[in-house]
Design a protein around this ligand. Structure first.
Ligand code: ADP
Ligand code: MG
Length: 714
């Protein structure tokens, strides 16, 4: 590499200190990094607005105005100087500048860079100011506008100016938006001739893309909006295409390379269970079982993700899949993330299995030594066909005669290495087929990316006869009314969940909140008429199980808990889910919690109790919860709404994939197109060894597109 590999530090205006800041804040080191750091939006700076027409809802404004007065304020708004007095800069906290055009006046406010702005903005002079108008005490002002002399004209040449992701620290360190534009301009001047095309010519032609050089130039400094659109399109397509190409290639290698246990038969066990089902499978369940069966007979190892909203009937799919393995002479296991869930699965599954004659066992951390010995023996001699359990299942002393299928429920609680441990338990060195089930609704585009190398099945249909859950959001002032409602529900024999948030900062405070809440509930619902159970993460396993089971068995009317009940617990008689401080929860968590009710025949309710301090964004989440029950819709919205995180302008913060320009939330269609195209390229040349695909291999080797550890996505 020539210039491209050089450090940003050598650009004029940077130096070691700023280079270090840019590296820390943005992760950019070389000029190549820099020119691949893109604006997240563009501002059309061709127009000048009139002060009289400004409103606080404008995202930004540009005015041409004359400076009238400058006022310096100290702490507590005392005036330090109004032009005439000598200035004590140490005491100055704020600069206020009044400017005017023909249509009116507006105040500009500065809290930083005061001395510099003060000296520049001499009364009587005219500037172009650019910034965001905001309302303060009923009047408009513009905090920290950018200042340009009217004749400077840097902005006039490029009517579209890129706005780059930035941080407070960058701005304080002098790396402003304008500075970033200057750096990009200098870097491009040095590097552009060195930029090599990354896509083969036939793809560029096929897809009607602009060249990489053109795209890089115009994404930073668009000639016009058409050039910008073509450039952004090219860069996004390239990014998504390589991401999908890399995932699909991995998937291809796996499906060819990883030999699996062939399971051609549908045995009598499957049929016995199927024929005894108290209901008919939904269309989605049937489809998914067909997909799984096709994997099992393929001779390759199955690696399938099963996505289905809470209550969509994944357990049945797991059981029928297990029975397919058993019908071919193998064993199956179903792993759950918690003991309570494992117990529940065991109880349900034993019922489903009773017509089949298959022996089922439960193994958890609290199984006794004697039970363990029996189970270990049963697994080794093959007399236990299906084992349900927790992490205990992957311990080294658990050996199977012939483990053919492993089902992992609620995948996000299991790490990748734990999955690997399971793989090693297959017979004759062959890995068992793996089915991972998750109820965490994630948007399709995200699934396609995070799990792009797995096969994905979706249950997108609920079993018939489910009653919708009515969701309402209330303030603290309606707490007593809520208690009256809960008493009515309890009087009708129903049960109630009350959930408190975990606020991580301090377990002690969290626990205190929970204790306070518990005491308040106990006061409002006193013995002997009411029984209230308490469950939280700090309890010992026995205590937790005891309280949980008391509620599950109907011995307690109310369960007060932290989010430990989030995953999978099934208490069909519970008809109300109360979520305290609901504004603190994320959408997917709220959705998971709500999924705990609405499982019985009765009408169910979810009550979101919000605190006074509820932000606009939080209120949006709560409104969405009241408006829809569709997990996928919620997940899509969640992705759109999710705040920008630490870095202004990045939509993807928090995700394990590093997309520079495309957005999984916004570019779903392009993602589909890129994936289909990558698939067609691989279909034509699976190993990418044809000469026209040489560039693709080079680019894939750079290894920057691969999604890394996705095990803790939730
Ligand atoms: P999840 O996908 O959340 O694991 P479950 O497997 O626990 O859902 O199923 C939720 C409830 O729906 C269970 O009580 C189950 O018996 C019931 N169920 C599953 N499939 C059907 C179906 N096809 N028709 C009617 N009820 C069903
Ligand atoms: Mg489940």
């Amino acid at each position: 590499m020539g210039e491209l590999g050089n450090s940003i530090q050598f650009l004029s205006g940077v130096g070691p200190k700023r280079a270090d800041l840019i590296k820390r804040e943005l992760g950019l080191e070389t000029l190549n990094d820099l020119i691949h750091f893109f604006p997240f939006r563009y501002i059309d700076r061709s127009g000048i607005q009139m002060i009289g027409e400004l409103t606080p809802d404008l995202a930004y404004c540009q005015i041409k105005a004359r400076v009238l007065t400058r006022t310096l304020y100290g702490p507590s708004a005392s005036i330090v100087s109004q032009e005439t007095n000598p200035i004590h800069w140490g005491a100055v906290k704020r600069l206020s500048v009044m400017v005017e055009d023909e249509s009116g006046r507006i105040e500009l406010v500065f809290f930083k860079g005061i001395k510099w702005s003060f000296s520049r903005l001499t009364p009587g002079s005219t500037f172009i100011f650019f910034g965001k108008p905001q309302e303060f005490n009923g009047r408009l002002n513009i905090p920290h506008p950018e200042i340009d002399a009217p004749q400077e004209g840097t902005m006039a040449q490029n009517t579209l100016t890129g706005v780059y992701p930035s941080t407070e620290k960058l701005k304080n360190g002098g790396v402003t938006g304008k500075q970033m534009c200057r750096l990009q301009s200098a870097a491009l001047a040095l590097c552009l001739p060195e930029i090599q095309e990354t896509l083969p010519e036939y793809i560029i032609r096929d897809k009607g893309l602009v060249s990489l050089q053109y795209a890089l130039k115009n994404v930073h400094f668009p000639k016009d909006s058409y050039a910008l659109q073509k450039s952004v399109h090219r860069l996004k397509f390239e990014e998504l295409f390589f991401l999908q190409l890399s995932l699909l290639k991995q998937k291809y290698i796996r499906s060819r390379g990883e030999k699996g246990i062939p399971m051609p038969k549908v045995g009598p066990e499957f049929n016995a269970c199927y024929n005894a089902l108290p209901y008919s499978l939904t269309g989605a369940q049937q489809r998914v079982i067909k997909e799984i069966r096709a994997d099992l007979i393929s001779g390759h190892q199955m690696n399938r993700l099963l996505q289905g909203d809470v209550g969509s009937g994944k357990t049945m799919v797991a059981v029928l899949s297990a029975l397919l393995a058993i019908g071919n002479g193998y064993q199956a296991c179903i792993m759950a993330p918690t003991e309570v869930l494992a117990q529940q699965h065991f109880a349900n599954i034993s019922r489903y299995l009773s017509p089949t004659g298959v022996k089922c066992a439960l193994l958890t951390g609290s199984s006794t030594q004697k039970e363990r010995r029996e189970i270990h023996a049963g697994l080794e001699d093959g007399s236990i066909g299906l084992i349900v359990g927790t992490h205990a299942l992957i311990e080294d002393d658990v050996r199977f005669k012939a483990l053919g299928l492993a089902v992992i429920d609620e995948q996000h609680r299991f790490g990748v290495d734990q999955r690997a441990k399971l793989w090693a338990k297959g017979p004759n060195g062959l890995p068992p087929h793996v089915l991972v089930m998750t109820a965490t609704p994630i948007p399709r585009t995200l699934a396609m990316t995070l799990y792009g190398d797995l096969d994905v099945s979706v249950i997108d249909e609920m079993p018939p006869g489910r009653k919708p859950v009515q969701t309402i959001c209330i303030g603290q002032n309606r707490r007593n009314a809520m208690y009256r409602f809960l008493r009515d529900e309890i009087a009708r024999g129903r049960q109630v969940f009350v959930v408190y948030p975990l606020i991580f900062e301090s377990e002690k405070i969290d626990l205190q909140n929970l204790q306070n809440g518990y005491e308040e509930i106990v006061n409002a619902f006193p013995l002997p008429d009411y029984k209230v159970a308490l469950v939280h993460g700090q309890q010992k396993a026995e205590e937790k199980n005891f309280n949980m089971s008391a509620f599950a068995a109907g011995r307690a009317n109310i369960l007060v808990s932290t989010t430990v009940i989030e995953v999978g617990v099934d208490v069909p008689n519970a008809s109300v889910m109360v979520i305290e401080s609901a504004q603190r929860f994320g959408l997917s968590q709220l959705h998971q919690l709500r999924g705990r009710v609405g499982r019985g025949a009765e009408k169910s309710y979810c009550i979101l109790v919000k605190d006074v301090k509820t932000t606009k964004e939080a209120q949006q989440r709560l409104d969405l919860m009241c408006a829809t029950e569709d997990g996928f819709e919620i997940a899509e919205e969640d992705m759109k709404m999710r705040g920008p995180g630490d870095l202004e302008g990045t939509q993807q913060s928090g995700l394990p994939i590093n997309l520079r320009i495309a957005s999984l939330a916004k570019d779903g269609l392009l993602l589909n197109e890129a994936r289909a195209y990558a698939q067609s390229v691989l279909d034509a040349d699976p190993s990418l060894t044809e000469p026209q695909n040489r560039l693709l291999i080079t680019e894939l080797r750079k290894d920057k597109y691969v999604a890394k550890d996705y095990s803790n996505i939730s």
